[in-house]
Design a protein around this ligand. Structure first.
Ligand code: A2P
Length: 257
């Protein structure tokens, strides 16, 4: 049996010159936990060319969705950005990853902190009805340089709020906080600064960071992860994984090329 499913592209949407999302068919035997990633790619010259991608769709969705950058000289994304409905994408059969709710200790507030395409696993997690059972409050933060880069996340949240089933579940529970750093916007600044200053919580009319109740998931650039890890560890948060649950978990936003 091949290590990959051959899935058909159903829909492609280009959000900016450097960001796009696409959905594919999903083999019914492909099971994953919301927040996980798998290898995906294309067959190039008869060989698979692959990168790790988080599923942006939820595990109850019929199709798969992915959110990607377009790197002009990236071996995979330079090709992947040209896909169109009907094309075949390889999807690895073995999803994995640490950004799963089960790796966190119980708590009452879940902070999902992302930059760039690091939003993808959280797009999956906020579609999981289970997290609204486990947590009273969920705060989704997405930091980007420009407003245009927020558009995929804005759309995911808007669709969820308008969803017949999810709309009510989310109400009063999900706080979505998009922020940009390089042009004027209603929310400005890096996630690190927004947490340190307390501005994130004040703007959402929420209590300040609290080790006793807050559980955190981080996904973004290596620099963002390093700074946030240092910040949370200094406040007593312990990193969790499959064998030892903690107050926070980390995954880097994979696709850089
Ligand atoms: P900034 O514009 O101040 O660099 P990138 O595209 O470089 O990954 O950045 C995505 C977003 O993450 C930008 O808003 C960027 O802010 C921010 N960012 C970059 N480095 C860090 C960091 N070390 N901690 C927090 N946010 C960061």
């Amino acid at each position: 049996m091949s290590a990959f499913y051959h899935e058909t592209v159903v829909h492609v949407r280009h959000w900016t010159e450097s960001l796009f999302s696409f959905s594919t068919t999903r083999d019914p035997s492909f099971r994953f936990q919301n927040g996980q990633f798998t290898m995906i790619g294309l067959e190039v010259d008869g060989r698979p060319l692959l990168r790790a991608y988080s599923m942006a769709s939820a595990n109850h969705d019929e199709s798969l969705e992915f959110f990607s950058i377009k790197a002009p000289d990236g071996p995979l994304t330079s090709r992947l950005q040209c896909i169109k409905p009907g094309d075949i994408v390889l999807v690895g059969r073995k999803p994995t990853g640490t950004l799963i709710v089960d790796n966190l200790l119980p708590g009452s507030r879940l902070l999902l902190l992302s930059t760039g395409t690091g939003l993808a696993p959280f797009a999956s997690i906020i579609k999981d009805p289970d997290i609204y059972e486990r947590f009273d409050t969920i705060v989704l933060v997405h930091g980007c340089r420009q407003i245009s880069e927020l558009s995929y996340g804005e759309r995911v949240v808007e669709d969820l709020r308008n969803d017949e089933l999810f709309g009510q579940l989310l109400e009063g529970k999900l706080h979505y906080y998009p922020t940009v750093t390089r042009e004027p916007f209603r929310n400005r600044g890096r996630i690190t600064d927004l947490i340190t200053s307390g501005r994130l919580f004040d703007d959402c009319a929420l209590a300040r960071l609290d080790l006793a109740t807050d559980r955190v998931m981080l996904c973004g650039s290596p620099a963002m992860l390093a700074d946030l890890r240092t910040m949370f560890e200094a406040r007593g948060f312990v990193e969790g994984n499959h064998s030892a649950h903690g107050q926070f978990v980390i995954e880097k936003a994979f696709v850089e090329r």
